[in-house]
Design a protein around this ligand. Sequence first.
Ligand SMILES: NC(=O)C1=CN([C@@H]2O[C@H](COP(=O)(O)OP(=O)(O)OC[C@H]3O[C@@H](n4cnc5c(N)ncnc54)[C@H](OP(=O)(O)O)[C@@H]3O)[C@@H](O)[C@H]2O)C=CC1
Ligand SMILES: Nc1nc(=O)c2c([nH]1)NC[C@@H]1CN(c3ccc(C(=O)N[C@@H](CCC(=O)O)C(=O)O)cc3)C=[N+]21
Length: 386
Amino acid sequence: MGGAAVAVLAAATARRKSGPFVSLFSRAARRLHDAAETAAAEEDKAGTQSRRRRRSSSSLLLGPDFLDTWDPISRDTTPQAPPRCAQADYDRTATIIDGKSIAEDIRFHIAEEVCQMKRSVGHVPGLAVVLVGDRRDSESYVRYKVKGCEEVGIKSLLAKLPGNCSEDEVMDSVSRFNEDPSVHGILVQLPLPEFMDEERILSTISLEKDVDGFHPLNVGNLALRSRNPLFVPCAAKACIELLLQSGIELMGKHVAVIGRSKVVGLPTSLLLQRHHATVSVIHAFTTNPEAITRESDIVISAAGVANLVRGSWLKQGAVVIDVGTNPIEDPTSDYGYRLTGDVCFEEAVNVASAITPVPGGVGPVTIAMLLGNTLDSAKRVYGQSD
Ligand SMILES: NC(=O)C1=CN([C@@H]2O[C@H](COP(=O)(O)OP(=O)(O)OC[C@H]3O[C@@H](n4cnc5c(N)ncnc54)[C@H](OP(=O)(O)O)[C@@H]3O)[C@@H](O)[C@H]2O)C=CC1
Ligand SMILES: Nc1nc(=O)c2c([nH]1)NC[C@@H]1CN(c3ccc(C(=O)N[C@@H](CCC(=O)O)C(=O)O)cc3)C=[N+]21
């Protein structure tokens, strides 16, 4: 018999044997607790401790085998060639949202504020990046970040560690940056090597320097209406910035967000709700995603699957924000590959009213938001925040 069943039975027995209602309830509750403890101890002996730990105490009321919903479910992740998009054979209707120029404007304002900070307190903001391993994509993203810092006068520091270093070495780098007063923002470039415990490393980053906004407390505060996180993840901020700067209203709009990762999908869906949008989250287990996107005024895709969103997935006049940045083979390109989004641009451009391109859409604004978060962090330290 499972622990919960033992506990419920003990409570029923207590109820039958006991006297007046009030003491009956407290005695029964105590017995329920005692029985649960005994059952748990038995389970531990049987070596099922980890399974029990995943259940919340209230799950005792739901049944012994109430599942932890985040348990991993394996699925086929073999890379597949992306579907081909139809070539456009009629006029484009969508406005192309120019992320590069929006990012340039943001950087201009950041550069002004950095100059002002240097004049008034004699310090500039500092961003530290921890890069583990030698993934080509990660190396180029980090290069963009360092270049962005240089452009606006933010000091950048880079800790580059080999892919076979230990988790402790990564944590040591983070700790050193935590203690360095010239560093106001710390970013650990993801993904980390598979053997490393990502959550453990990320939660070492000081909350006040978590410019990526991935710390559980920042995520939690983003989710709660009455609270404000210190930092909001940069890609999520970039999506909202692109929409707002393009004059697109969010309140009451139906937005489909494809993806639910902590880097993009989850914070984007939370931030959209703070802007009073109605959000549908689509993920890898969503059946018939196109039925949801077709009902949506705005579609934000961050699945990392090239050409996932077809023109036929979109409502006429929808706004499309394509976060996906997927390398696909292209022998005609200098590097043998080129970047493409999650959206079949050639198809979507004929249906949407506005769309971000890849490259040149969300990416440059994400970097600008990172610089902005670093500036905000330094302003907080030097008592210059609004
Ligand atoms: N331009 C920019 O600024 C940035 C771009 N990116 C890009 O955005 C993309 C997503 O990044 P990230 O969030 O880190 O990736 P993850 O792999 O961490 O998350 C992908 C998400 O998409 C979902 N998903 C995967 N396949 C499908 C599918 N076929 N249908 C519906 N949902 C699917 C997954 O669902 P499930 O949860 O069920 O597994 C998961 O929630 C990548 O291409 C990345 O390079 C990322 C950050 C910034
Ligand atoms: N801790 C952490 N934080 C992140 O924010 C984070 C991360 N890890 N790991 C990887 C993803 C990906 N990401 C991108 C940022 C900018 C572009 C970008 O600037 N893209 C250019 C590409 C230009 C080009 O290469 O040609 C564009 O779309 O125009 C892309 C992707 C941030 N991520």
